[in-house]
Design a protein around this ligand. Structure first.
Ligand SMILES: Nc1ncnc2c1ncn2[C@@H]1O[C@H](COP(=O)(O)OP(=O)(O)OP(=O)(O)O)[C@@H](O)[C@H]1O
Ligand SMILES: [Mg+2]
Length: 512
């Protein structure tokens, strides 16, 4: 699908192929929030365009206008030269937040928009299953075709979502944070797939907070800041520091480089786990974390790391013993884990972490009631409790750089990254002794990442311990020690001075 150039026979370019996407002076407001302000951007056919910006810049809003989920307030969007009207078959999209139907199977979700029909127009379930299975097989999850999406883990849900976007063979594919939650192996699979699509002339719009991915997948970039278009450029002309500067803007917060912390052996052991695991799958493992220590647990999807974290937080049954500050923590109970001082940030924040019907203040302070004072909370009029909660929220919002219009705003209205920050703020609001974080920086923009690292540094300085569970090597910047899990067991312990290559090799199962 090559773009034709203007030739002598066609001086006006009258037969020239129109751009895949034209966004012309588009504005969009949600209540008091101006999500997009006079944004213009053109994406030629076959281009691979990155769309970048900080959390809340307006990227997903633009996506929802392109896919026809929302309508523009002002301006116009053209797809292949014609004004867009509602949902368009030619555009496939992997949304930032899951748009799957949990009660339907993976196969049904993949083919949701184009059920193959047999004679008499009836849905042909056999061919449905086969077609979807072939698509799912590309991700090695064909055997999950008949599993309801509600029973899939987050990575497989993401794979189903990608399959669904591709099965319609779109001309334009929009990917909003496709690799958030995917491990390196699945990330590579996605990049291979995107390479193939580009050869077929598919136009890509790619949103990510991982700038290395952006340089790999895309040729050009559009940067947005505070609802406005800032710059569009070839990536070859824009080195990474200039790109970050465009995203962050002139009043960028100063960011200190994080360093792994050397934890003195004299520090008190805060948490000990013996023969711990999830019955029937993960473990047994032994863990020990000292006060002021940030310990990493790395592993690919399926290594068991996230289940181990859930078991430590009481969300899954657990075998073995766990003590925090000398107290035995009963297994399989979230309240018991909270009482023992374990704060937890789950892997899938949208699914497990937030209550969409509540406002940001309630969501960020929900588990902090004990700190505000349970008895006090019961006797004070609701409005006073709210004021108190809002004070706590405001402090947290500043620490975590949460962008919301007010403490009363519904969490459902925040951008993806800001929702995640609320869930993390909540874990911290309980002032835990041990903070367990799964994939802490997934979906978080570059400069907020630095402030999260700084915040965790303060938590460690105060004498707590942090357990970071992730597949992203960048998440272990504060870790002096990283344990690597492979097939449910700890296969390797990386000590002081570990490097990223070593870590990635160990995650893939290489012998040390
Ligand atoms: N339905 C809605 N109601 C109210 N405000 C909204 C709604 N959707 C988005 N917003 C607001 O619009 C702004 C832009 O949000 P958007 O989701 O487009 O950001 P984003 O660039 O995708 O950020 P992220 O990197 O965190 O995903 C945010 O301030 C957000 O709170
Ligand atoms: Mg978004």
């Amino acid at each position: 699908m090559a773009t034709r150039s203007i030739t002598a026979e066609d001086p006006q370019g009258a037969t020239q192929v129109p751009p895949a996407i034209e966004i012309i002076g588009v504005s969009k407001r949600f209540g008091s929030t101006q999500a997009l302000c006079d944004v213009s951007m053109t994406v030629p056919r076959g281009a691979s365009r990155a769309l970048l910006g900080r959390n809340g810049a307006g990227k997903s809003t633009l996506v929802s206008l392109l896919t026809g989920i929302d309508t523009v307030d002002q301006g116009e969007i053209r797809i292949a030269g014609t004004v867009a009207t509602g949902q368009d078959e030619r555009i496939g999209c992997v949304y930032q937040r899951s748009s799957l139907i949990p009660a339907l199977t993976a196969a049904e979700n993949v083919l949701l928009r184009n059920y193959p029909r047999g004679r008499a127009g009836l849905i042909d379930w056999n061919s449905l299953r086969q077609q979807a299975r072939a698509e799912l097989d590309r991700w090695g999850i064909g055997e999950l075709a008949d599993t309801p999406v509600a029973a899939l883990d987050p990575v497989h849900r993401k794979a189903v979502e990608i399959c669904r976007a591709l099965v319609v063979e779109p001309e334009v594919l929009i990917l909003d944070e496709p690799t958030a939650g995917l491990d390196k192996r699945d990330g590579e699979r996605l990049f291979d797939l995107l390479g193939g699509l580009r050869e077929r002339g598919v136009t890509l719009i790619y949103i990510s907070h991982h700038l290395d991915e952006v340089y790999r997948v895309c040729e050009s970039v559009t940067v947005m800041r505070d609802a406005r278009h800032v710059v569009t450029s070839d990536l070859g002309d824009l080195p990474m520091d200039a790109l970050v500067a465009a995203m962050v803007g002139p009043d960028a917060p100063a960011t200190a480089a994080a360093r792994a912390r050397d934890v003195g052996a004299s520090n008190e052991v805060l948490m000990t786990a013996r023969d711990a695991g999830v019955p029937g799958g993960v473990g047994p493992v032994d863990l020990e974390i000292r006060r002021h220590e940030c310990l990493g647990i790395a592993g690919l999807e399926g290594s068991g790391k996230a289940d181990l974290a859930r078991a430590l937080a009481g969300l899954l049954p657990r075998s073995g013993t766990l003590t925090v500050a000398g107290q035995l923590v009963p297994a399989g109970s979230v309240p018991a884990a909270l009482d023992a001082g374990i704060g937890f940030v789950p892997e899938d924040r949208h699914h497990d972490g937030m209550v969409p019907g509540l406002d940001v203040s309630e969501n960020s302070t929900m588990t902090a009631v004990t700190r505000i004072g349970r008895r006090l909370a019961a006797v004070l009029p609701r409005v006073i409790r709210r004021t108190r909660r809002d004070d706590v929220y405001r402090r947290l919002a500043e620490t975590w750089q949460i962008k919301a219009s007010s403490p009363r705003q519904s969490i459902a209205e925040l951008s993806g990254g800001n929702q995640q920050k609320c869930v993390m703020a909540r874990a911290l609001a309980t002032q835990p002794q041990l903070l367990v974080l799964v994939n802490p920086t997934a979906g978080i923009d570059v400069s907020a990442k630095a402030s999260i690292v700084a915040t965790l540094g303060n938590v460690l300085d105060d004498g707590a311990a942090v357990l970071v569970v992730s597949e992203d090597p960048d998440d272990f910047v504060l870790c002096d020690r990283v344990l690597v899990m492979f097939k449910g067991r700890i296969s390797t312990e990386l000590r002081s001075g570990w490097d990223e290559k070593e870590l990635v090799a160990a995650m893939q199962g290489a012998e040390q």
